[in-house]
Write a protein that binds this ligand. Structure first.
Ligand SMILES: *Cc1c(COP(=O)(O)O)cnc(C)c1O
Length: 389
């Protein structure tokens, strides 16, 4: 073998994340490009119908991001100035920013000692102190939130639940798919998520009234039904604007990708499970390293480990990066972000579990196109980097 080829093969970079797209997606996009109709149309309607059927819900609304979907959900529930929404500090900023779009305020919930998900004891203490209109649980990394316990709290305190299901597609419990259990749920199809449309998202709900509002607000506050109430003739150019809505619709180009990805979603998830099993078996004997516990209903969006206490993350990151292996950190908690910290005068000592997790967490590559050989290589380099080869 040519020594250069050998060198390249040996050091082929392993990106942190990589979408898996095939000829099916390419063909579907080509068809849309050649059809003469690019924006929201028949392909998006088909995608919504197929997604709703997959999730066993009556209504799915396609949007151009999960952030847009979360915004529409809170708007439909009437969230506004004076309202308070509970958000985990251990999440991406999207979950919180949508509350501020509507002029409402947040309370932040710490995570659990053994899970990145929100601590429901902490939530309960917050609920005892103030009225909370909406709780936004995040099934972080793909690990489902303790649903029976959250549902019991909802029954007692009467808040709405908007599920941030960006990480949890497509796993379920007895009552249904995670993301369809709350009042409204929102999935993300961002490029690195478990299925992708490049950018995009899907709202699911069983409530027709909220769905009607979200549909109107998704596209400029245009309500054709309202117009039809005011006039007997309905030309295709006629419409009524009933609110200052948003521009959150998904294109048929993106939906064409989504329809193909949806068909592959179960296979993608199985592959994620296989890769995680490989990671767990290669790493489970490592002293001081904390691994996420295996569960059958985990969607494995990301594989995050907690480094041994004495290991400096920066050095591990440097070693992996030099070896061409991509990493990430999920997440820098919101209470550490300048905007959230200063707006709500947040302090690390009030979120001890999130602080402890953030200090040690590191996410390793995980996506269906990753090979077992690549997982082995990641583990080899990683174990060496943490001094446990
Ligand atoms: C990706 C993500 C979002 C936002 O998704 P977009 O589709 O990019 O708007 C929201 N919440 C969490 C936890 C995410 O990881």
């Amino acid at each position: 073998m040519n020594p250069n080829t050998e060198l390249k093969a040996k050091f082929d970079p392993i990106p942190f994340s990589r979408p898996v797209l095939g000829v099916e997606e390419e063909q579907a996009v080509l068809e849309v490009l050649r059809s003469g109709w690019l924006t929201t149309g028949k392909v998006t309607s088909a995608f919504e119908a197929e997604f709703a059927a997959y999730c066993e819900v009556p209504i799915a609304l396609a949007v151009n991001s999960a952030t847009a979907g979360l915004h529409l959900a809170l708007e439909a529930l009437g969230v506004g100035p004076g309202d308070v929404c509970a958000v985990p500090t251990y999440t991406f900023t999207s979950t919180g920013e949508v509350v501020r779009y509507l002029g409402a305020d947040l309370v932040f919930v710490d995570c659990l000692p053994n899970s990145p998900n929100l601590d429901l004891d902490h939530l309960e203490r917050l609920l005892a102190k103030q009225k909370v209109k909406v709780v936004l649980p995040v099934h972080l990394a793909g690990e489902p939130v303790d649903w029976p316990r959250l549902a019991a709290l909802q029954a007692r305190h009467g808040f709405y639940i908007v599920e941030d299901a960006a990480h949890v597609f497509p796993t379920r419990c007895d009552q249904g798919l995670y993301g369809t259990l709350g009042d409204i749920g929102v999935y993300s199809f961002y490029a690195n998520k478990n299925m992708t449309t490049g950018e995009g998202g899907m709202i699911v709900t069983r409530n027709r009234e909220w769905a009607a509002r979200m549909k109107v607000m998704r596209l400029h506050g245009i309500d054709r039904d309202a117009f039809e109430r005011f006039t007997s003739t309905k030309a295709s150019w006629e419409y009524a604007v009933v609110a200052p809505g948003y521009k959150y619709n998904l294109t048929d180009i993106a939906s064409a990708i989504g329809r193909e990805q949806l068909k592959k979603a179960d296979g993608f998830w199985k592959q994620r499970q296989n890769l995680v099993k490989a990671y767990l078996s290669l790493l489970h004997r490592t002293e001081g390293l904390a691994l996420p516990p295996w569960r059958e209903d985990h969607a494995w969006h990301v594989f995050s480990v907690l480094l041994p206490l004495e290991v400096a993350r920066d050095e591990v990151v440097r070693t992996l990066t030099e070896a061409g292996i991509g990493i990430s950190v999920h997440y820098i908690p919101l209470h550490r972000m300048p905007y959230w910290k200063s707006t709500y005068s947040l302090q690390g000592k009030d979120f001890p579990e999130a602080e402890a997790r953030f200090a040690r967490t590191l996410s390793l590559p995980l996506y269906p196109a990753l090979t077992m050989a690549q997982v082995e290589r990641v583990c080899q380099v990683f174990l060496k980097a943490i001094g446990r080869p």
